[in-house]
Write a protein that binds this ligand. Sequence first.
Ligand SMILES: NC(=O)c1ccc[n+]([C@@H]2O[C@H](COP(=O)([O-])OP(=O)(O)OC[C@H]3O[C@@H](n4cnc5c(N)ncnc54)[C@H](OP(=O)(O)O)[C@@H]3O)[C@@H](O)[C@H]2O)c1
Length: 304
Amino acid sequence: MSYKILITGANGMLGSNLCTQYSKDKKNIVIATDIKKPDFTKCLNLKMDITNKEDLNIIEKERPNLIIHCAALVNVDYCEEYEKEAEKINSIGTKNIAEAAKKSGCYLVHISTDAIFDGNRGNYKEEENPNPINIYGKTKLDAEKNVEKFCSDYAIVRTNIYGWNREEKFSLAEWMLDKLEKEEELPAFNDVMFSPILVNNLGEAILEIYKIKYNGILHVAGSEACSKLEFAKAIAKVFGLKKELIKQTSVEDINLKAKRSKNMSLNVEKAKKMLKTRILNVEEGLKQFKKLKEEGFVEELKNG
Ligand SMILES: NC(=O)c1ccc[n+]([C@@H]2O[C@H](COP(=O)([O-])OP(=O)(O)OC[C@H]3O[C@@H](n4cnc5c(N)ncnc54)[C@H](OP(=O)(O)O)[C@@H]3O)[C@@H](O)[C@H]2O)c1
């Protein structure tokens, strides 16, 4: 099967991995879009600002089978300070995408987040009540509502991700790895739980969600929850680095602009039952993360 796939936020961590992953199959046509024009050698690259309705005419012109909406303002503390900008990009930008997808008859996978929950309990199922505690979470929840209201053929995928970046910035896993490789002390919260999934594992799941035309909300995160401290220790183990460098800290000890959820872990039982794609656990995901580097995928991600 071949697909015409349009990706928003293609320069970002998730978007760039999806562009690289999907365009490896020569049968696929991958349209990479972002607010700054992307430059993937195997994709059709287009500048598309999701807050500019005129730019979204690209969707009607190209009529992809599938739109994967990754573009967002993800810096939680920045969102707290610049609420209007966060609303404009995360909520209104998603409304624009949902309307354009419906108008052009495209299936939409909207990437959402565990941050729509308050984090008091964790292991959240799809049907549980969201209750965001910061502006980022609130604007991402409004985005979900806009998808439900303005689009009919869609999946809302709630997740928490890590992976390699194409651009010169670090995901949590890259930052932790860099500290350990440089033999620097690595502070890690023992009181923040999450269930991160490797972006490339998520990429496989997204294609399957499209193939089965799932409709509604689905949690696709890592198959087990861990604290940030346990995640750091798992990185040290998988990469053979010194775990003694990791220092246990508490999120209560630092002053962040936006409130943080303590247990954001997502229950992925529904996705595990429904999808053939195997959802990896922490160690399996990190082994795959390491293998991607060893096999040259990261080189391709950064330069391809
Ligand atoms: N990273 C996580 O831990 C995490 C966890 C849960 C869910 N998510 C969700 O996963 C998705 C992808 O996240 P990510 O980590 O890959 O984020 P990212 O690396 O920041 O990528 C987002 C991309 O969207 C672009 N963008 C911003 N405003 C735009 C606009 N108006 N029009 C078009 N593009 C725009 C950004 O460009 P600039 O960089 O130039 O602004 C960036 O290239 C997001 O929807 C996020 O909410 C992420």
